[in-house]
Design a protein around this ligand. Sequence first.
Ligand code: AGP
Length: 610
Amino acid sequence: MCGIVGYIGDAKKTKQILLEGLLRLEYRGYDSSGIAVLNKSVTNIVKAKGKIAELQKKIGKEKLEGQLGIGHTRWATHGIASEVNAHPHTSGTTSVVHNGIIENYVELKSELKQKGFKFISDTDSEILAHLVESGLENGKSFTESARGAFKKVKGACAVVVITEREPEKLIVLRNFSPVVVGLGENENYIASDIPAIIPYTNRIVYLEDGDMAIVEKNEVTITDLNGTEVKREEVLVSSDPASFEKGGFKHFMLKEIYEQPRSALDTLRGKISGDFSSIELAGINTKQLNKIKKIITLGCGTSYHSCLIGKLLIENLSRIPVEVSIASEFRYSNPIIDQDTLVIVVSQSGETADTSEALLEAKRLGAKTLAITNVFNSKIARESDQVIYTRAGTEIGVASTKAFTTQLLVFYILSNILGKAKGRISEEDISSNVKSLVGVPLLIEKILKLDDQIKALAQKYNNFNNFIFLGRGLNFPIALEGALKLKEISYIHAEGYAAGEMKHGPIALVDENVPVLFIAPKNGANFTKIIGNLREIKARNGLVIFLTTEKGADEYKEYIDDLIEIPNCDYNISPIATIVPLQLFAYHIARIKGTDIDQPRNLAKVVTVE
Ligand code: AGP
């Protein structure tokens, strides 16, 4: 989705703060961008199609000084990626940047046209500038005009608006789309995502849905849309600015793949007792969990795949029935929920609209809710009854990697906690499972040493146009995830399937032009079945890449074109191990293809529209 930045303070700093902020938000959306700087009461606007680098080129040496300004990097929803559709949008003295969707913009647009307003873009966002300007033209104050405009629009959106008539403030709206205020000394900041402003301040005020903030140089006033002042606490956030640097890696994605031993360790820290004998989830009300009779796990994309694995782990260790739902389907599926249902909502960003809407629906139906998320105080974290944070650190690459493996760790820990609460597993079981968990960082380290081998595989397979990934049990979702990684960064078509499903139709796709990648740890309950599937594929001249544990394929090498062997590990942990070579495989193929790995076409890191 789009990225938003705002600043008020030192006129000499505005341009730089806006541009640096947009660069740190570029992963949120990157098909066009722009900034507006208010110098005394004159607005200077520069917009450009393409990445922020194009905007920087356009600005060149222009000073663009001004006491305040707004910036925007766009992921197009209404209207193609173009300069005219780039934000900020203007109307008379007013300029606005917007993230989200205005559901009633067609009717508002015709009303404004009847009042004589001229539209130049194909976006829904432009109406916000005209709505505010129309209030100002009718003699209303900036605050009243903005409030009037915000009350008229329907839909999830974050808005920042400025006007030449009152050039000493920015007005912000948060309505189901994230935006925060950063506090400084004689200066203040606005951002749709904390990374944009973390180098300047760690003093953050999280706006709530329906909040309108009037941000001046030395004062921030927050009200609801009726003008009643509301109190929002200042929070000190800790975010390591190094997260926003590539640290010597060519891409954030590769850096984050290599950070997985560290992120696993950070996620485990504080959840395993010092003597490695027990597992705890501080802050989780396990008494509430004991009453649970049914669990629903839900998420989108990679987070949905971790939900599929979470189901199997929780059912295996606690015998609590678990349903899995794609978040965007959940809301419209008339779900069966009561007070004994726990809905586990998984989201790296904690801001995905489909997922946060599903969470609100689950709460409306009376479910208990637990979030597994990577972003502190994100919307989903704040809306849930309970939260378990993956401590993966900031994930910049659009393709989710370290967030996924830490989600799996949390699910494994949670399934042990639930299993113990339900009396399904003993202290000895837990102690043995802890040993598996403690070994994960080193296990990933060892698997990362396969990087050169995987890179060579990518050299061999990067010209194919279709791939099939196959797995069974805990590794069927890994087949889905491996296929998603390849699709989203290399733009090559890839399907993930349950290996046993191939013979029911999809095997018709198989010939020598379709590499089939098996994910099959030797200690998988259904390993012999997957060998049967391997023979079926080979009998149809499929090219086989076989990912298994050490010596797992020694008797079957005649069916295998390329073998990837990972160290032996506990089957329940195996998805955390098997996904790493697939992340590297997707990365190296994309690198050979020359695609934009950290910012793949058509995608954004956080999807805040439904
Ligand atoms: C994963 O690589 C994709 N970027 C995408 O599927 C992502 O997992 C999905 O949009 C959900 O995001 P979330 O975890 O932040 O909710």
